[in-house]
Design a binder for this molecule. Sequence first.
Ligand code: ATP
Ligand code: MG
Length: 251
Amino acid sequence: MPVLEINNVTKKFGGLTALNGVSFQVEEGEIRGLIGPNGAGKSTMFKNIAGFYTPTNGSVIYRGQNIEGKSPHIIAELGIVRTFQETTLFQELTVFENALVGCHIRAKTDLFSAILGLDRQQQKAAAEKVMEVLDFMGLADRKDQLASELPLGSQRALAISIALVSEPKLMLMDEPFAGMNPEETNHMMDLTRKVQESGITIVLVEHDMKAVMGLCHYLTVLNFGQLLAEGTPEQIRNNEKVIEAYLGGAN
Ligand SMILES: Nc1ncnc2c1ncn2[C@@H]1O[C@H](COP(=O)(O)OP(=O)(O)OP(=O)(O)O)[C@@H](O)[C@H]1O
Ligand SMILES: [Mg+2]
C-alpha cells in the first residue's frame, strides 16, 4: 500500500485553478521529488495534503485513510509534517527553544501554554527528544545560539529539526535548498538522506536540480496545475515535455 495517494485533486481559488485533477502515489521510504515551474501548484499541493487547504475536488489518502479536509493538527498527529517555503523560525529564540516548538506541532494549544502545561517528567522527555534531534542534525553545539545568528544552512537544518521533533512518518519539504551555496547544498543533501535512512518518507519540492536529481528516487512533474510527467530522474531529465516546460537548455 502506498503511504500517500493523491486522487484527482483539484484546488480552485475563485476563478483560478491552482491544481487540476492531479493524481500520484508515494511509496513508503522513498524520496519523491515534486517539481515544476513557478506557480505550477507544488506548494498548493503540500497545503492540501497538510490540511491547510481542503481540495475543491478529489481525495488525499494517507496509509489507507482519507485525510482531505481534516485539520492540520489532526494530520500532524497522524505523522505528516511540512517544512515551509518561507522561513518560520523564531529569530529571537535559541536553537533549543525553536526545536521545542516541534513538541507541540501535534498539540492544539499555542506553544507557551503547551510547554507550561507539561509536567516535570514531560519537560525532561521533551528536552531529551530535542537534544537527540539536534545531535542527529549536527546542531547540538549550537543549541544556545539565537536562530538569527545561524548561517543559512543551519537555519534550514533547524527548520527540519523542528519537524523531526514531532516524530513524523512523512515529511513534506518545500524548497529546503533555496539560496544555498554548493557547500551548503551538499551538506543539506547529506542531511536529507540521513532523514530518509532513519525511516521517514520524504516528498521534496525543489528547484535546485542538483539536489533533486541527486536525491530523489522518482519524480512527479506539475505544470500549470496539471500532472505533466512522472519517472526516474534519468527519464525526467530526458523527457521532451519537461525540458520544454521547465528544464529548458540549462540541464
Ligand atoms: N491562497 C491563494 N489564493 C489565490 N491564489 C493562490 C493562492 N495560493 C496559491 N495561489 C495561486 O496558485 C498557483 C500555484 O501556486 P503555488 O504557490 O502552489 O505554486 P508553486 O508551484 O509552489 O510555485 P513556486 O515554485 O514559485 O513556489 C499560483 O498561480 C498562485 O498564484
Ligand atoms: Mg511554492
